[in-house]
Design a protein around this ligand. Structure first.
Ligand code: ARG
Length: 314
């Protein structure tokens, strides 16, 4: 049931399923930045020299902010998953696990997978690039160890919540495709997760993931960078959300302003240095909280992709 937006007189005619079960994504996962660096260029933002100490401090500040807002915060430490993988604590398929020392983007755990609506399981990513292909094995091992059901990774390229974003309070998944994620993955996910999926095509690699140009803030409000979308995509977004806020182009690109996260229906954590976007948010009644993430922006990521929402830890 990949959704069709009906273009009829009633522009609310998209079929939005009821909240059959409110997504339980109360654990926010972070991946330790122990090996974070910029050592290759797989998106147009990547470049510059990372100050490792500053990066760790920024990561800690962000994690601390979530300690305040999230029900629980968990940390995947790649040193631990590597030890466990080497010791053969996980299945044979993981035997080809790559040392996290060779995975400098692993801190961006948003891309490692997607939580199921009920929060008990995860769909690991099928990374689009060789550089990051080794990451989901660590994520799957970590999840398995903590009792989450680890579903099969999709047959097609799929970069987790970088491209697949749950609509707040609905069993509706927004699916970005075209740069990293393959559109075909969404038929499979709609089926497997019993969810409606609305897909949005991305054509410009400045918007290489949906989460750099699209941030649902609450069930009726989204912050977007309109430049990222096709006319059809924009129409779909406007059909579903009552309020479509636009971030300025320059802050969307230079400050990854749309890579933000509304943690409680009101407070929006976003990368520091985006004053115009902050104003857009405040004027719409949100409370923007800037957090410095510029070390991670050297790799093309900010607040939203440094975390992954999972179901409650048992
Ligand atoms: N360097 C990483 C990449 O290009 C950054 C990932 C950021 N993640 C995100 N969901 N936007 O894959």
């Amino acid at each position: 049931n990949v959704g069709e937006v009906c273009d009829e007189t009633d522009d609310r005619s998209v079929r939005l399923p009821d909240i059959r079960s409110r997504p339980d994504h109360s654990t926010v996962l972070f991946a330790h930045p122990r090996h974070f660096d910029v050592r290759y260029r797989i998106n147009p933002y990547m470049g510059g020299r990372v100050d490792t100490d500053r990066a760790r401090e920024q990561w800690r500040t962000l994690k601390d902010a979530y300690e305040r807002y999230a029900t629980s915060v968990a940390v995947l430490d790649p040193a631990e998953t590597w030890t466990a993988l080497e010791d053969g604590e996980y299945s044979d398929e993981d035997a080809d696990a790559v040392s996290p020392a060779h995975l400098p983007d692993m801190v961006f755990c948003a891309n490692h997978g997607l939580a199921t609506p009920d929060g008990t399981g995860v769909v690991p990513a099928t990374m689009a690039t060789d550089e990051r292909a080794g990451e989901p094995t660590h994520f799957a091992a970590w999840c398995d160890d903590r009792g989450y059901e680890v579903l099969d990774a999709p047959d097609y390229r799929f970069e987790g919540t970088g491209d697949a974003i749950w609509h707040p309070e609905k069993r509706l998944l927004w699916g970005g495709y075209g740069v990293r994620t393959d559109q075909r993955v969404y038929d499979e996910l709609a089926d497997r997760l019993d969810a409606t999926v609305l897909t949005l095509e991305l054509t410009d690699d400045h918007y290489y993931h949906l989460d750099v140009c699209f941030a649902p803030l609450d069930a009726s409000t989204v912050l977007i960078q309109p430049d990222a979308f096709t006319a059809d995509g924009l129409a779909t977004i406007r059909t579903v959300f009552d309020r479509v806020l636009e971030a300025p182009l320059e802050e969307s690109r230079n400050g990854l302003a749309c890579n933000c996260h509304c943690v409680d229906g009101e407070t929006v954590l976003l990368g520091a240095g985006n004053p115009r976007t902050e104003r857009v948010l405040s004027e719409a009644g949100f409370d923007p909280v800037p957090i410095p993430t510029d070390e991670f922006q050297k790799a093309g990521g900010s607040v939203c992709c440094l975390k992954l929402e999972l179901g409650a830890l048992t």
